[in-house]
Structures are given as structure tokens and as C-alpha cells.
Design a binder for this molecule. Structure first.
Ligand code: 13P
Length: 282
């Protein structure tokens, strides 16, 4: 069944586990995430980013996830990932998304508060939850870990949530999107301070490439949603490289089929890890 972020993240925060948010861009990747969730009987967040909306039509993504979600009692959140355009957020709501992320992290805090509040007003009127972002979580290709100055400040996070009424907050605690050049670093002390200052669910972007120990600790410290994109893609690309080294020359459909299991394994492994041995509430 379809659910929004509050349905899956509030129990997670209370009981100390995290829900996986996995990025999709087409029917194949949606089916992988859905199949992982149903095979493990776990809630999941299916995330479609504004930046891949040129690959698959958002209306079709909406229809496809609705069709699958109607086949199960497992809560399935259809979430718009990283969106800087309020017009596109409206489009996602019209396409049946149950949750949206407004990313105003590159703006001044005052502008971020103003725009996020506007998104919350629109989304909440439609029963849709809102994730916002505060602090710097670098995009793909930088590979660089961030310095302490760029981290989200606990007092700012508290004020941001009080003023915007967003449902969940993506915080900068050291992770980056994409592959790391050096060793990943999560600033655990800062994460703990933020979790102490706010009660809203906290989101860790850039979940790929971090150690199991670091992620488990981050969940214990208050993270309730972890985003994974790069590791799913890397598993598929690695498989394609191996197939071409073996002189693969089959049909494109055979190639699509062969990358399914490597992606499925990544999603299932992360879902199990994020549970931290807890029993999930549905
Ligand atoms: P990774 O690409 O590092 O897995 O991050 C995913 C993410 O945060 C999507 O918003």
C-alpha cells in the first residue's frame, strides 16, 4: 500500500531503525526495489529524482509505483528526491507522489526557510510529506569529504524545523553523494548533537560507500532514512563490465535481466542492515 514519510519514519525513529530510500530511474529499477521490499516484508521508500526526469516520464513513474503498491500491504513511499523547483514538486504531487524533497541547501538559510515553508503549505494540503535539506551535502563527482564548517548546525536545524514544519530533515554530517575519493567520514558527534536538538526524523544522503559500522552507529544516533543510489548503479555497471569482458553479444533485454540480481542483492543487504536487528512496525 502507498504510504508517506511519516507513516514509515515516525515508528523508525521511535524504535531505532532506519528505512532505506533507493533511487530509481526506470521500470527495471522500480521493480528491483519493490521485489526486495516484498521479499523481505519491509517498508521501503522508492525515490525518483528531478535530475532523472528526462529519462522516464514522472506520470508513468507514478502509475507504475501505484500499480505495484496496490499489490501489497507493505508500506511503499513514492518520494521525489532532490528537487529545486516548486513547479516540479506540484507536478510530482499531481503524478501521485506521496512525499517530496525540496532541496534549498544552496540558498541562504532565510530563503531556504521561505521556499521550504511554501512547499510544506502546498504538500500538506494534499496529505503529502516534505523532506528538506539544511547544510552542504556535495553532489556527485566531487568525491571530497566535507569539512566541519559545512556541517548542519544543531540550533539552525531546530529553528529550521520549527519555522518550516517540514516532516524530515536531510542533514550534512560528512557524507557526500557518489563515489568517495578518500575515506568516507561521518561526524558522529555532530549527528548526536542534532538528534538531541530536534525530534523530526533525520535523513542521511550519500549512504553509498560508508562502512556498515558507521551506518549502524548513525542509526543508533538518530538517522531514520538512508539514501542509496551509487552502490545500486555500481553493482549493475560492474556486472556489465564483466559481461563485456566475457564478450557478451546478446540482446539488450538479456543484459537488463543480468543486471537485475546484482542490484537486488545491494538493496536487500542495505534493508537488512538498516533494521539493526529490530522488528519493523507496519
Ligand atoms: P549515494 O549516491 O551516495 O548512494 O547517495 C544517494 C542519495 O543521497 C540520493 O539522494
Amino acid at each position: 500500500m502507498l504510504a508517506n514519510l511519516n507513516d514509515v519514519l515516525i515508528p523508525a525513529r521511535k524504535l531505532g531503525y532506519a528505512v532505506g530510500s533507493f533511487n530509481v530511474h526506470n521500470l527495471e529499477t522500480i521493480q528491483v526495489v519493490f521485489d526486495a521490499a516484498t521479499s523481505l516484508d519491509l517498508s521501503v521508500i522508492i525515490a525518483f529524482g528531478e535530475k532523472v526526469s528526462h529519462i522516464s516520464d514522472i506520470q508513468l513513474i507514478g502509475k507504475c509505483v501505484h500499480t505495484l503498491a496496490n499489490r501489497t500491504q507493505i508500506p511503499i513511499v513514492l518520494h521525489l528526491d532532490h528537487c529545486k523547483s516548486i513547479d516540479f514538486i506540484v507536478k510530482a504531487i499531481q503524478a501521485g507522489f506521496t512525499s517530496v524533497m525540496y532541496d534549498g541547501s544552496s540558498l541562504s538559510v532565510a530563503e531556504n526557510i521561505k521556499n521550504t515553508s511554501e512547499v510544506v503549505r502546498i504538500a500538506h494540503a494534499a496529505g503529502i510529506t516534505v523532506e528538506a535539506e539544511l547544510g552542504s551535502i556535495p553532489a556527485e563527482d566531487t568525491g571530497q569529504v566535507i569539512v566541519e564548517d559545512q556541517l548542519t548546525k544543531p540550533e539552525e536545524a531546530k529553528e529550521f524545523i520549527e519555522k518550516t514544519h517540514c516532516d524530515a530533515l536531510a542533514i550534512a554530517v560528512g557524507t557526500i553523494h557518489g563515489d568517495y575519493i578518500g575515506e568516507p567520514k561521518i561526524y558522529h558527534h555532530r549527528l548526536k548533537e542534532i538528534a538531541k536538538a530536534v525530534s523530526a526524523p533525520l535523513v542521511l544522503h550519500g549512504g553509498s560507500g560508508n562502512t556498515e559500522k558507521d551506518l549502524t552507529l548513525a542509526i543508533e544516533e538518530g538517522i531514520t532514512k538512508i539514501n542509496i543510489n551509487t552502490e545500486i548503479s555500481n553493482a549493475a555497471v560492474q556486472k556489465i563490465k564483466e559481461l563485456f569482458q566475457e564478450d557478451f553479444s546478446g540482446h539488450l533485454s538479456a543484459l537488463s535481466n543480468k543486471i537485475r540480481n546484482p542490484m537486488l542483492e545491494v538493496v536487500k543487504e542495505k534493508m537488512n542492515l538498516f533494521l539493526c536487528g529490530r522488528t519493523i512496525i507496519k
